[in-house]
Design a protein around this ligand. Structure first.
Ligand code: ARG
Length: 395
């Protein structure tokens, strides 16, 4: 019979897919876990469960590619979807792409994923699979069969499927180096205050150090390249800023989010590193870009976030947006210093060879570079239309 490839996390949903696909007639099951920075225990557990259930298993470590090709563009675009730095969203296209390519390599007949019918991930994952393995069918058992957690747990127990602690898990967690999302259980209720236990990457304000910490990020062409003078790869930078900002309680996010299917939901995130890098990047862009560039880039960045949220990573429009964003990045080189303290993050100074800033011109003591008296004419016409309109109304 056929071969099914499961895009596998090792959690409850994707694990019950293994016997379900056997029942459906697939003779061979291949599981693929794409490592974008999930906890090492989760990666190991996925491999172990797949083995127990007799699957051919692959773990694909793409953390480096994720940081370079997905997190860096997110920095360039100041990734922000209504307060969310798009951490889950930007990982899905890469997970789907790698799984699709592996599927072609092992000659699978169908792909299987564990996304529910209520989230965004079904769109992102299925689109990515179709993009790279177009003709192969995609099966989504949880969505197609309206599966519930309770049903899945019962089914797993009946079929001797190892689900370990999954049964007792209260929260649905998705994690990669760009951030951590915590959903489900009582958190779905927007009136419920998140308990401290949901946070793993960030300290509470109470536990954060009592002394502030300064950090300097150097940028080249929009890419963070060094921390406090020490050059590092994109992945090493993202990992390091997560530690530093997380220690100071920076990057806890609690928002209402509008999902693709039109569902408004409450979401909690911990995104210390991405929050810090984007704040620093914004500060440097503000120093080197013209007013027109800044105003337009706000709109471009917003469109970029909408596309990234939808997992439309390979849309031609995305290329168009990236072309503008990339053109601006060629001058986003320099450094930014930030101060972290008790959940707060402040830019304290910045510098660049491309700074569009003239101290002489801006200074109140200047009489030569920009002579004040020369402005009189320009000021005269300011607001002229409003004045004319006010006169007409009095008439
Ligand atoms: N709401 C976020 C998004 O759509 C996070 C989704 C988290 N996914 C998960 N399976 N827990 O990007």
């Amino acid at each position: 019979m056929g071969k099914a490839l499961i895009v596998y996390s090792g959690g409850l949903d994707t694990t019950v897919c293994i016997p379900l696909m056997r029942e459906q007639g697939f003779g061979e099951i291949v599981t693929v876990t794409v490592d974008v920075g999930q906890p090492a225990e989760d990666i190991a557990q996925a491999a172990e469960r797949a083995k127990i259930l007799g699957c051919e298993h692959f773990t694909l470590d793409v953390k480096d590619e994720f940081a370079r090709e997905y997190c860096m563009p997110a920095v360039h675009a100041n990734a922000d979807y209504f307060g969310y730095p798009l951490s889950t969203a930007i990982a899905r296209p890469l997970i789907a792409k790698r799984a699709a390519l592996k599927g072609l390599e092992v000659g699978c007949d169908a792909f299987v994923h564990g996304c529910t019918g209520k989230g965004n991930d079904q769109f992102r994952i299925e689109h990515g699979l179709k993009m790279f393995a177009g003709d192969l069918p995609v099966i989504a058992p949880v969505r197609e069969r309206n599966l519930t957690r309770t049903w899945e747990i019962e089914y797993a127990e009946k079929n001797n499927v190892p689900i370990g602690q999954s049964k007792h898990k209260i929260w649905s967690i998705d994690e990669n180096v760009w951030g951590r999302s915590i959903e489900g259980g009582r958190l779905e209720d927007p009136t419920y205050q998140p308990p401290e236990e949901i946070f793993q990457w960030t300290s509470s304000v109470e536990d954060a150090p009592n002394t502030p910490e300064e950090i300097e990020i150097a940028f080249e062409n929009g890419n963070p390249v060094a921390i406090n003078g020490e050059g590092m790869t994109p992945l090493a930078i993202v990992v390091r800023v997560n530690e530093i900002a997380g220690r100071h309680g920076v990057g806890r996010i609690d928002i209402m989010e509008d999902r693709m299917i039109g569902l408004k939901v409450r979401e909690n995130y911990e995104c210390p590193g991405s929050t810090l890098l984007i704040a620093a990047h914004r500060a440097l862009e503000a120093l080197v870009t013209t007013h027109a560039e800044r105003a337009f880039k706000l709109q471009v960045d917003q469109q970029w976030a909408e596309m990234a949220y939808r997992g439309l990573w390979w849309e031609p429009f995305m290329d168009d947006l990236n072309a503008f964003i990339g053109s601006v990045q060629s001058r986003v080189s320099g450094w930014v210093k930030l101060r972290l303290y008790k959940g707060g993050l402040q830019v304290t100074s910045r510098g660049s060879d491309w700074a569009l800033y003239s101290e002489a011109a801006a200074s109140f003591d200047d009489v030569q570079v920009l002579e004040q008296s020369k402005m009189t004419g320009m000021v005269q016409t300011h607001g002229m239309e409003s004045l004319l309109y006010a006169k007409l109304r009095k008439r």
